[in-house]
Design a protein around this ligand. Sequence first.
Ligand code: ATP
Ligand code: MN
Length: 460
Amino acid sequence: MKSRRVADLLQSTETGIDVFLKGWVRTRRGNKQIAFIAINDGSIIHSIQVVAEIEKFGDELMKSITTGACIAVKGKLVASQGQGQSVEIQAGSIEVLGGADETYPLQKKGHSLEFLREIAHLRPRTNTFGAVLRMRHHMTFAIHKYFNDRGFFNLHSPIITGSDAEGAGEMFQVTTLDFDKLPRNPDGTINYKEDFFGKATNLTVSGQLEGELGAMALGLVYTFGPTFRAENSNTPRHLAEFWMIEPEMAFYNLKDNMDLAEDFLKFLISYALEHCKDDLEFLTNLYDKELLNRLQSVVSQDFKRLTYTEAVEVLSSSNKKFEFPVSWGTDLQKEHENYLVDHFKRPVILSDYPKEIKSFYMKQNEDGKTVRAMDILFPWIGEIIGGSQREENFEKLQARIKEMKIHEEELWWYLETRKYGTCEHSGFGLGFERLMLFVTGMTNIRDVIPFPRTPKNAEF
Ligand code: ATP
Ligand code: MN
């Protein structure tokens, strides 16, 4: 007999049939005569109840059916007498595939999220992380579906990069050089010609520059891959390794870019509401009573759009005392982003930032002061998306690179897109784990990725 999964069995309308099931014991209760064993196999948040008569199986076997053990059960699927489930299994035979003794750390329910981070190798077996990881999968699938349905092509941008010019923060170096015998140039600097790639290389902080190369050929592309930032920011919203989705579109201006980003986010949240009902209900009940309402409200409203300059006016005319005072030209802090989202009571798209606080590749406005950047700010999360219309004019882009003292020679290939068949184009980056924070209602980014990488933490 082929084994079936819990998700499938719980939906079964056919009872009185023989079934076979494999999974992990979540809880066991009962008395001297009878045991009620809750089995979960990860296919769904719910466990299925197995009813076993102790006399039938003997003490020896029954003793080894403990929390955390992996067991295989053959039995009859019957309508349940108890509350909370429609069907249960009357065990005919039970085999313990892998035992778990009393040292198994997930004995009881209700461990703190902090404790679970210390046992990240086992936390996927909890209801919470089961829900989060299933939702991560559904969101991944929804992202590919969204773009695929709209004619975008998935472009695989490299993870090892030879340029440090993206300007998105500190990078992790990739090298095979022996630190005890570093090859030196006559002037004492490290001779990277001896390194694996014959030059200094890093882990990528963004796939955007390569995304632009793809858009100049395939028109509509997106990357979806890991990105790395060695920023020592120990916040609940930053990881050293995170996943980013970066669409890049030929012939899109800033407005087209904002329209796509808003539609994309709404699609993903609607998808979660439709396809992750059980997991969302669980997370709402356990962690965040407002979660479902918040998701609904984001889907049903237009995002508020305003320029950076207008936002600074809103912030300066407010009565709120900010820790960091606001003035035109300064980067907005978390507290300012939160204020704006609260003020307008919905997600906010800010555009046209001062060029000094944005990257070199953003298209310059006529005013000479601002660039066609856009950030999307979400309740609690703050920045969830950062994007822009790109500077497509060769001379202007080159001048900006010089002004910002970026190594132009490393970017010769990027500049050539502006030399050969350049065109208006735009794109943005969505941090996948920031999206996961929003859709799961979890409050620490370490709890929406299976094995988080943060400063001083790469255990699992
Ligand atoms: P922040 O100001 O929040 O650090 P950023 O301006 O550095 O963000 P971008 O370089 O624009 O972010 O990256 C695009 C998106 O990637 C951000 O909008 C955010 O969703 C996500 N992101 C950026 N840095 C991190 C990080 N360290 N961990 C997780 N997600 C991140
Ligand atoms: Mn950052």
